[in-house]
Design a protein around this ligand. Structure first.
Ligand code: EPZ
Length: 418
């Protein structure tokens, strides 16, 4: 198990390129299976979840080549229909393969995705949607089998919650289905638009991506396409919150400021100066900032749940008291006990965290328990006096490719100890 040795720093300074978005490249890789041809995805972050997705594609019969941050997938004539347990267990979000595999191979079988560090990860919205599309779902012995031998039958599907994964799965299941499918109360996250832009390059007919009403007209076949993955908005939020907390001046390159509006607004409320162009976001912080009042996480375009831990870590060193409400996941506060070890003053009541800013954080040994909570601990450890240890770095590696290298480029002092 790796850990990070993190020394106190006084500021972050410099500029850094953002990587491709993890939460976009995963459904995009599932989409490459759908096509009958060769797809090339650029700007893929080489994260563990991406490497597992590539293993799933290879298990399904595809030939994959990785060169730098480019993944090439040959999926012509590939009709694999099962994802083995050992791969499903390694990656929670492999459920996003179900729609594409069932649509192309007629059947998809995979084990129930395990719970994860954010609490139970139900897939009822996915399975209800597949049944609405005419598929037969069977759950036996911890496995789910989705049979759709004649393809999806277009219909209207209203999601009771704008689930990102369920929206993606419906799009993947119906892009080559029969007839027209309309998703209402669809997720509006930018990663959905990224998926649909790629699928349209492959020949899909999709309207309304990025809105809460998406229309998919099934086509017979999709060809491969070449595409560049959008920048990772949560990695961007991580660097912005770290700079706000540690003070300094940082420019993010290859950014899309339109994906970051809630984070930018919150950081401006604390007193940071933020300037944007169409591809950069620059922040400067005195490090003496005011509490941001309150944040309540919401589906896009609200404040993203994934940036929550970073905002809470920042709030621990703001002047005043901040209120943070997590509305998306049941148990996303595990990192808060670890922040307390670093000297943070946080009270939690259910999904509400009340953070009283402190003058100083102090060094401690802390344990990452999920990817974003782990990044929040690194951020707080950089601010804490002395030298801290952040353990279970493998969680952080799921969402960030060599986070320590990026932060050290900006002036941090982090050593990875294997
Ligand atoms: C995606 O997860 C992201 N993961 C998550 O990012 C992100 O936090 C989440 O969307 C919300 O934005 C990927 O894209 C790989 P959901 P997903 O379906 O699709 C409940 C990160 O940090 N729900 O929108 O699983 C669910 O329990 C990760 O990068 C059901 O009840 O999110 C949760 O409370 C963490 N039934 C809420 O909806 C279902 O069938 C949001 O889930 C599906 C979901």
């Amino acid at each position: 198990m790796s850990c990070f040795k993190v020394n106190h720093i006084n500021k972050l300074k410099g500029s850094i390129w953002l990587p491709g978005a993890k939460n976009s490249v995963l459904p995009l890789l599932a989409a490459t299976f759908l096509s009958e041809g060769v797809s090339v995805l650029h700007n893929c972050p080489m994260l563990s979840d991406v490497l597992i997705s590539i293993k799933i594609l290879e298990h399904l019969g595809c030939r994959c080549e990785v060169s730098g941050n480019t993944v090439t997938v040959h999926s012509e004539g590939c009709y694999g229909d099962d994802i083995p347990e050992y791969l499903m267990r390694e990656m929670r979000s492999s459920i996003v393969f179900m729609g594409a595999v069932a649509a192309k191979s007629g059947t998809a079988s995979m084990s129930l995705p395990g719970g994860c560090e954010l609490g139970p990860r139900p897939i009822d919205l996915h399975l209800d949607a597949f049944e609405r599309l005419g598929s037969e779902i069977e759950c036996i012995g911890g496995k789910i089998i989705c049979r759709m031998p004649n393809g999806a039958v277009g219909t209207e599907i209203h999601l009771s919650f704008p689930s990102v994964g369920a929206t993606e799965n419906i799009i993947l299941a119906t892009a080559t289905g029969n007839g027209t499918t309309v998703i209402t109360n669809a997720a509006r996250e930018p990663e959905i638009a990224d998926l649909c832009d790629f699928l349209k390059l492959c020949g899909a007919k999709i309207e309304g991506a990025g809105t809460d009403r998406i229309t998919i007209i099934g086509v017979k076949k999709l060809k491969g396409a070449e595409y560049t993955v959008m920048p990772d908005r949560i990695v961007a939020a991580t660097y912005l919150c770290a700079t706000a907390a540690c003070s300094g001046k940082v420019q993010l390159k290859g950014a899309n400021p339109n994906h970051l509006l809630p984070i930018i607004s919150t950081l401006k409320d604390t007193g940071c100066e933020i300037e944007t162009t169409d591809s950069t976001v620059s922040i400067s912080s005195s490090g003496k900032l005011e509490a941001f009042g309150s944040i309540s996480t919401q589906p896009y375009p609200g404040f993203p749940t994934d940036a929550g831990p970073l905002a809470v870590a920042l709030a621990t060193v703001l002047f005043g008291t901040s209120i943070f409400i997590e509305n998306i996941f049941d148990s996303r506060f595990k990192y808060i006990d670890e922040l307390r070890r670093l000297g943070a003053s946080i009270k939690t009541v259910g999904r509400v965290a009340i953070i009283s800013g402190v003058k100083k954080l102090h060094s401690a040994e802390v344990v990452a328990m999920d990817l974003r909570g782990g990044a929040a601990l690194v951020m707080a450890a950089m601010k804490a006096e002395g030298t801290s240890l952040v353990k279970n770095v493998h969680y952080i590696d799921r969402g960030y490719y060599k986070l320590e290298d990026g932060l050290n480029l900006l002036g941090a002092d982090i050593i990875r100890i294997d």
